[in-house]
Design a protein around this ligand. Structure first.
Ligand code: SDX
Length: 433
């Protein structure tokens, strides 16, 4: 980042001396004011719950322009990656900063493929869960447990160990997500196959069984692969910030990714795709949309239009447009063009985008609005939607974690607070309280 000639001067109405701060320019996007010396210089903190105006780091991985509705991984527009690259190429790009050539891609894919199996004892963790356990609880547990098998790659200061942990996590997430699904179904776990692509391998581990050959449907595999590309990274979102904060303490990569999975689970974040589909099912028909919209606008109700709105996008989430296209392709492939949920979603989108409440608040569909419909069409159960999101986002979390570890500016994250509690007081003995 470059220090610009501009400076920010903070002056105080109570006559306290003004303080100057450097302003840095990125390659694109908003400048930042470096306030690291604010407390030392003024005895005051900034106050920014939810980090609405706070840059937590400098990064060269993903850029989002919320006003234009643009998303780029290492400078490449998501619209182009979704068409001209696959998820493995996108993983290589996010990790290494450049798209792979043929040789580099083959080597990367071979390495990932050879790490898709999990330790045979991992299966015993699943038996402790109820069959109806939410898959995200299973993933938080099993991904965190991976640390107990890989003591040879926990030293975060060793780039080689960081690299092998990255490969292990990218490779094993599909296996663990599919195992969580098979466990919930009471079906046998399917071992990965080294002759299948990353996404085809996942579809077979999910929907195959030992009693017959699994027939790969290339259209559905490509649709899943695109879903993974669209969810791979997204700048400093809540779960990525969780991974960075966990990593700033020196925690091992498996623990950090487990923390990211836990954060992603929330309905305001990665859990929105599950919530959006549940919402569509509850609305049920186009006739019920007006009453639902009125509920959303009623401040006394906590009802939100799930899959709508975004902290950064104040325009269409470019991923939502691509997800809608993927929806259409998959439903057409499956002869489900008249899927009632898809029609309901498109009608709901049309009504919301013409309603002043949503327009005035710049609420547009986000990645989660359509992803549930296309995942349903692929046969993925609603409860597993966020698990698929976690599987895709693992590469983004790892790339951001790696960048943080290598950043000389990074220290352990430790925010302060505005204390509004009780001032000091004496403890009275119990019989006097
Ligand atoms: C993801 O950060 C990322 O990049 C996340 C993500 C990624 O890839 O990592 O993009 C993935 O998490 C996408 C977002 C998925 N979440 C949802 O779809 C849940 C529904 N959306 C809302 O919860 C909300 O829009 C958030 C959480 C996404 C954003 O919330 P903000 O930025 O804190 O905005 P806000 O809650 O302050 O909303 C501003 C106004 C409020 O109304 P007023 O108080 O001004 O009257 O808009 C309203 C909100 O009530 N509003 C909504 C709404 N979202 C915001 N009203 C109805 N339905 C909604 N969905």
């Amino acid at each position: 980042m470059n220090t610009s000639d501009n400076k920010a001067t903070l002056s105080f109405s109570d006559g306290s001396p003004s303080v100057e701060f450097p302003i840095y320019k990125g390659t694109v996007g908003p400048d930042v004011i470096d306030i690291r010396k604010l407390y030392a210089g003024t005895g005051k903190f900034t106050y920014d719950p939810g980090f609405m105006s706070t840059a937590s780091c400098n990064s060269s991985i993903t850029y989002i322009d919320g006003d234009k509705g643009e998303l780029q991984y290492r400078g490449y527009p998501i619209e182009q990656l979704a068409v001209n690259a696959d998820f493995m190429e996108s993983c290589y790009l996010l990790l290494n900063g450049e798209l792979p050539n043929n040789v580099q891609k083959q080597e990367f894919v071979d390495t990932v493929t050879k790490h898709t199996m999990v330790h045979e004892q991992m299966q015993f963790f699943f038996r402790g869960f109820r069959r109806d356990a939410h898959p995200m609880s299973v993933l938080v547990g099993t991904v965190g447990a991976l640390a107990s098998f890989y003591h040879d790659s926990l030293d975060i200061n060793d780039a080689k160990q960081r690299e092998i942990s990255a490969i292990r996590l990218i490779a094993k997430m599909p296996t663990l997500v599919a195992m969580a699904y098979k466990y919930s179904m009471g079906q046998p776990f399917m071992y990965p196959r080294n002759d299948l692509s990353y996404s085809a391998n996942f579809m077979r581990m999910m929907f195959g069984n030992p009693c017959e050959e699994y027939k790969v449907n290339d259209v559905l595999v490509r649709a899943l692969d695109r879903i993974l590309i669209l969810h791979a990274d997204h700048e400093q979102n809540a779960s990525t910030s969780t991974v960075r904060l966990a990593g700033s303490s020196g925690a091992n990569p498996f623990a950090c990714i487990a923390a990211g999975i836990a954060c992603l689970w929330g309905p305001a974040h990665g859990g929105a795709n599950e919530a959006a589909l549940t919402m569509l099912k509850e609305i049920g028909s186009v006739d019920n949309i007006p009453a639902f919209i009125e509920q959303v606008k009623d401040k006394n109700s906590s009802v939100k239009l799930m899959g709508f709105g975004h902290r950064v996008y104040k325009n269409f989430d470019p991923r939502a447009k691509l997800m809608r296209e993927t929806c259409y392709e998959v439903l057409e492939e499956l002869g489900l063009q008249d899927d009632p949920l898809f029609k309901l979603a498109m009608e709901l989108e049309k009504i919301a985008l013409n309603d002043e409440y949503f327009v005035s608040r710049k609420l547009y569909p986000n990645v989660d609005f359509y992803s549930g419909i296309v995942q349903s069409a692929l046969g993925i159960p609603v409860s597993l939607f966020t698990g698929i999101f976690a599987m895709a986002r693992t590469i983004g979390w790892i790339a951001q974690w790696n960048e943080m570890i290598a950043d000389p500016e990074q220290k352990i994250g430790r925010p302060r607070q505005l204390f509004v509690g009780s001032t000091v007081r004496d403890v009275k003995p119990l019989d006097q309280r």
